[in-house]
Design a protein around this ligand. Structure first.
Ligand SMILES: [Mn+2]
Length: 303
């Protein structure tokens, strides 16, 4: 089947891997003469301009739909939710991918979806230009916390070296994505640190991000990317939990762990993700959620 009009979907609250994967694939397919559109929901923080400024949007009726970095249709943003049962191909690196697409390319060993995209581009004979390489690098580096998280494999470093050889300005991207912070981000970190709480002799750490904090500081959703790794950065913390208030009043919970199975912990609340980085959504008060989380984590610790 000839697919000429391809739509690429990303998950709600898109991160560097989602945006990088979508733009790399879009650009490489356009090189091959395809009509391709990348979609994402919400306003992105300014560091993404280095990738999005070169993207020209175009509207059309798609004959093929690809999702990138999406583990389940519930993660689709409201704008593309109606396409959930029409996805032809899912390219993903979440072991928990629910198999919603007609065909799936899921490689759970990949630290980022962008690495799989790099292979896909090479497989269809695309050229990784410095721009496409920059998109891939943003995906690869943000999902590995700039090669610090324990999902980082030798393969990640090899790919980064390849991207550097292809002309990607790695120092500039690292500066934009890992050093520079929006003023609003610093302001919200100040508030979040103020409310940081510890449990179980400092082995569990909670932070809470309320809608009020977002409004007060003027943070965009993408400005708080990576903030969930803050509680785990405290010495002695085995499980870092972030509670983030959703517009519907529910709480999005992010769990980051050093050795505990975060995906298993989140699965009790209907969520999932990776072994050391997972998430779920809960209703209820922050207090009740924290109590329930503590109980589960202690149970996991004693296993
Ligand atoms: Mn990812």
């Amino acid at each position: 089947m000839e697919m000429d009009r391809i739509l690429i979907l990303t998950h709600n609250l898109p991160d560097g891997d989602a945006i990088g994967s979508a733009l790399a694939l879009t650009t490489a397919l356009r090189q091959k003469g395809k009509t391709v559109r990348a979609t994402w929901s919400g306003e992105l923080s300014s560091c993404y301009k280095v990738l999005t400024d070169a993207y020209v949007d175009e509207e059309f009726e798609p004959d093929y739909i690809v999702s990138v970095d999406i583990a389940g249709v519930h993660l689709l943003p409201k704008e593309t939710k109606h396409l959930g049962d029409r996805i032809d191909l899912a390219i993903d690196h979440h072991g928990t991918n629910s198999g919603f697409a007609k065909e799936s390319l899921v490689i759970a060993q990949s630290a980022s979806c962008a690495e799989i995209i790099m292979d896909v581009i090479e497989a269809f004979g695309g050229t990784v230009t410095p721009y496409i390489g920059s998109c891939i690098y943003v995906g690869l580096s943000t999902d590995t916390g700039c090669f610090r998280f324990n999902n980082t494999t030798p393969e990640c470093h090899i790919r980064a070296a390849k991207l550097s050889l292809l002309g990607v300005d790695i120092a500039n991207l690292n500066q934009l994505f890992f050093e520079q912070k929006a003023r609003a981000r610093i302001e919200i970190e100040r508030l979040v640190l103020d409310g940081m709480e510890f449990a179980d002799d400092g082995r569990i750490c909670f932070i809470t991000i309320t809608r009020e904090m977002m409004e007060k500081t003027g943070c965009l959703e993408s400005d708080i990317e990576g903030l969930a790794s803050l509680p785990k950065s405290v010495e002695g913390v085995e499980a870092g939990i972030t509670l983030r208030e959703r517009p519907n009043g529910n709480w999005k919970i992010s769990v980051r762990t050093k050795f505990l199975n975060a995906a298993k912990i989140c699965s009790y609340f209907g969520g999932g993700g990776h072994t050391f980085a997972a998430g779920c959504e809960c209703s209820g008060t922050p207090f009740d959620i924290k109590v329930a989380m503590c109980k589960l984590i202690k149970q996991e610790m004693s296993n």
